[in-house]
Write a protein that binds this ligand. Structure first.
Ligand code: SAM
Ligand code: SF4
Length: 345
């Protein structure tokens, strides 16, 4: 691809974006594709309708938008999806964005992945300045892995974890806690992650998008998981934060860190520092609300980044106080219609 990154200095020095509730927005998550090589049961239905390819921003446009955010004070950029590593030529975007690490404008460039493409890309990611990645892994059992991801192979992800280790990438493993599926495997997941020197973060299922199953059947409050883990381990609260919503403990017996992301049982909105950009240039100011800003039309209307900067400011001024997720038998519909793969997990 013969595109070049947008120039370095169209903006004045970084300013910080502050929302109406005084929260500094310094973290941008970018879903670079809504497509994926897996079909996880809590994330997608088996037969998904994906966005038409013509609606997608080009990699060059994604670079221009991300750069605008960096110039407005974003310090941490996470590339996600869908499965970001299945987007064609995605390494071009990583290479382009890595220049902001070089200037110090960006503190961290990172990635959330299902791990399937890491054997191919781990080394190149490390070469682009990526230091830490999140890999999603809900089970260590090959059959259960197939049942959860529908299309995935555990061996491929295991090879991906090895490739990441070889490339020197620090890995955090994310696991969604699923009632009746992996709930009695969490102790094993803790040991597996900590044996590899990886943190483990547990996530509650969130009501995003229609899936084939019933979410009340999947939802497992992490308060229950935590109580059970305490039969096996000593959990010590620690102040460690990664800029995300996870609350961490140290597992005394393994020495490793364990995070809990509890959007359902404990709302973490008061410290939310992030906004999310989709692959069509729609900016969501909250994962759990529908309000959004169309940055693609602003981007395409002019090459002048000042208009973009104003549109971003206007969007941030509408960042809501929080979400109100609820999963129970009475509310069968998802809180928001779009899937996690669209907004970016
Ligand atoms: N494909 C990549 C992956 O799986 O890591 C990146 C995108 S995926 C949407 C990001 C994270 O969101 C994954 O850890 C996944 O387990 C999680 N996720 C997806 N749907 C979810 C839901 N409804 N509730 C909670 N977590 C969800
Ligand atoms: Fe794909 Fe990630 Fe969603 Fe699984 S959680 S279907 S890997 S986007």
């Amino acid at each position: 691809m013969s595109v070049s990154p947008s120039p370095l200095t169209p903006f004045p020095l970084p300013v910080s974006m502050v929302d109406p509730f005084g929260r500094h927005v310094s973290y941008l998550r970018v879903s670079v594709t809504d497509r994926c090589d897996f079909r996880c049961v809590y994330c997608m239905s088996e037969h998904m309708t994906f966005l038409p390819k013509v609606d997608l921003l080009s990699l060059e446009e994604l670079d221009r938008l991300c750069t605008a955010f960096v110039h407005k004070g974003v310090r941490k950029l996470r590339i996600t999806g869908g499965e970001p590593l299945v987007r064609r030529n995605i390494m071009w975007l990583f290479r382009a964005l890595s220049r902001h690490l070089g200037t110090g404008a960006l503190e961290e460039l990172t990635l959330t992945t299902n791990g399937s493409q890491l054997p191919k890309f781990a080394q190149e990611l490390a070469d682009c300045g990526v230091k830490r990645i999140n890999v999603s892994l809900d089970t260590l059992d090959a059959d259960r892995f197939k049942a959860i991801t529908r299309w995935g192979e555990l061996a491929q992800v295991a090879a991906g974890l090895d490739a990441a280790a070889k490339a020197g990438l620090q890995v955090k493993i994310n696991a969604v806690a699923l009632k009746g599926v992996n709930e009695f495997e969490i102790v094993d997941l803790v040991r597996f992650a900590h044996d590899r020197g990886a943190d483990l973060t547990l996530i509650e299922t969130m009501p995003l998008g229609d899936i084939d199953g019933d979410r009340t059947d999947q939802y497992l409050p992490l308060s229950i998981v935590r109580a059970r883990l305490m039969d096996e381990f000593t959990l010590e609260d620690i102040p460690y934060r990664t800029g995300g919503p996870a609350r961490y403990v140290r597992v005394k017996e393994t020495g490793g860190r364990l995070g809990f992301i509890t959007p359902m049982t404990h709302n973490f909105c008061e410290s939310c520092n992030r906004v999310r950009l989709t692959c069509t240039g729609t900016l969501y100011m909250c994962l759990g609300q529908d309000d959004a800003a169309d940055l693609r039309s602003v981007l395409r209307a002019s090459t002048d980044d000042a208009a973009l900067s104003r549109a971003i400011d206007e969007a941030i001024s509408r960042k809501p106080k929080g979400h109100d997720f609820i999963i129970d038998r009475r509310s069968k519909k998802p809180a928001v219609a779009r899937h996690m793969s669209v907004t970016g997990g």
